[in-house]
Design a protein around this ligand. Structure first.
Ligand code: PFF
Length: 456
């Protein structure tokens, strides 16, 4: 299928697919881990402010860029300013998305393993009869042992790559729209149910307080920097994803409305995850400090399931939906590079898909093994996986996002931004100068300040 000719069929399909890309392991796996490492409620507060003040405007800027340029993440810059070097900004996005994909695929693999062991029952074979402390230790060491073994996580990662190749070869509408239309609402409902369950646990109040009551003394520039990185990660910003997706949007799509809807719904998912995880951790008296961020969700949730009536079935349902959430995200991020290769180098979809995904068999393997036999390989004191996660999220995403807002706000042909925000003057009325002002002035300045103080 020619990517250029594909457009999303329905408005709901478009929002669902964009949401499918946004809601992924970032909100479900990464958010609780970041919240835990950055002071709980303090992090939540800063994260919400970052989403509202920076996430939404950057999303409007990126979708405007995509729809105006109607090309891949790099091509949009060339289409709008052919004789300049701005395309380098787009190339940055493509590279960033690819680096993220390398370690993200590994977490998708972990999800697959947890689904599989829920189905076979091995995840719960000893669970329910154990004491709390023993159960804690069991699930903790299970995850630690699993990721530090070499072969199983690697095979799971490879299976995920193969599944991605399959879906990407089917093309934009068929592959992505169908999956996310059904699964995303289901995931929402499921998280809501788990959230209610978790709040009903004895002693959950302490966890809710930890998550919702900000301890202002914990807010530092470092926390703000991490919250900004998490904002970009969870909303799929700075990765070329939304630029690429928006190049398939019809002219009638309300970009501001879509950005607000997608950002808020994604944030609700992240908050729901906090509501599920932290009351549980406190209710079960788990040692929050001991739970390594990366493994938090995979240790906590099975413990919940082990004690829920019908837990194994809940577990199967949850990890299935999480896997789909991960898949819609990997597909969307893979689409950035596939569309890039297809359009830049005039390759067929099949060839482009293979060029993009085959090297991952090696690159993701390096990330997977970085908890196992490559754990001794350190880059700036971190293993390969953690380094890539930190470097892409905290450095590359903000840089790519700044370039996108600066370009569309200041350097793209005059009127492009306004035209995209207002759909040629038909919507938004008096609000459009405000949105434009935020994109031109507030967003780049704030991101730069946070970047300088919070990250560098
Ligand atoms: N917003 C997506 C998420 O939170 O999962 C971002 C993403 C990251 C999408 C990595 C795809 C991906 F491979």
């Amino acid at each position: 299928m020619e990517a250029q000719n594909s457009q999303f069929k329905t408005k709901i399909g478009l929002i669902a697919a964009t949401l499918g890309s946004a809601v992924g392991l970032g909100s479900i796996w990464r958010f609780p881990a970041e919240a835990q490492q950055n002071g709980g409620g303090a992090f939540l507060l800063v994260y919400i402010v970052c989403v509202l003040v920076l996430g939404i405007p950057v999303m409007v800027a990126e979708t405007a860029l995509g729809r105006a340029g109607r090309s891949d993440a790099m091509g949009v810059f060339k289409a709008l300013s052919p004789k300049t070097k701005w395309w380098i900004g787009g190339l940055f996005g493509v590279v960033t998305s690819y680096l993220i994909l390398c370690f993200y695929m590994v977490v998708a693999g972990w999800t697959l393993e947890y689904l599989w062991s829920s189905i076979t029952g091995t995840l719960y074979s000893s669970g329910a009869d154990l004491s709390r402390a023993a159960m804690d230790a069991t699930y903790h060491s299970r995850m630690e042992e699993y990721i530090s073994s070499d072969s199983s996580p690697l095979i799971a990662t490879w299976i995920m790559i193969i599944i991605n190749i399959g879906v990407l070869l089917m093309g934009v509408q068929k592959g992505i729209e169908r999956c996310s239309n059904i699964m995303m609402p289901m995931l929402f409902v499921l998280l809501l149910l788990f959230g209610i369950y978790s709040i009903s646990l004895p002693g959950s109040a302490e966890g809710l307080e930890y998550f919702f009551k900000p301890d202002f003394s914990k807010i530092s520039w470092g926390v703000v920097g991490n919250a900004l990185g998490q904002t970009f990660f969870s909303l799929s910003l700075g990765m070329g994803i939304l630029v690429t997706y928006a190049s398939y949007y019809p002219k009638s799509t309300n970009l501001v409305g879509t950005s607000v809807t997608v950002s808020l719904l994604t944030t609700v998912v992240a908050i729901l995850m906090g509501v599920i995880i932290f009351p549980t951790v406190f209710s079960y008296n788990m040692d929050l400090e001991q739970l390594r961020g990366t493994t938090l969700v995979f240790v906590t949730l099975p413990e919940v399931f082990a004690q829920m009536p019908g837990g194994r079935w809940w577990s199967i349902l949850f990890f299935t939906l999480l896997l789909v959430a991960a898949l819609t995200s990997t597909i969307s991020i893979g689409e950035v590079s596939v569309s890039f290769i297809q359009r830049r180098f005039r390759k067929s979809r099949i060839v482009a898909t293979l060029i993009v995904l085959l090297p991952l068999f090696i690159l993701s393997a390096l990330c997977s093994l970085s908890f196992g036999s490559l754990s001794g390989v350190k880059i700036f004191g971190e293993n390969i996986f953690n380094f890539l996660d930190m470097f892409t999220t905290n450095y590359l995403l903000p840089i790519t996002s700044i370039l996108a807002v600066l370009f569309i706000g200041w350097f793209a042909p005059k009127g492009v931004l306004r035209n995209e925000i207002t759909n040629g003057g038909r919507i938004m009325g008096g609000l459009s100068p405000v949105v434009e002002g935020v994109i031109k002035y507030l967003a780049p300045v704030l991101i730069l300040i946070i970047f300088i103080y919070g990250i560098i």
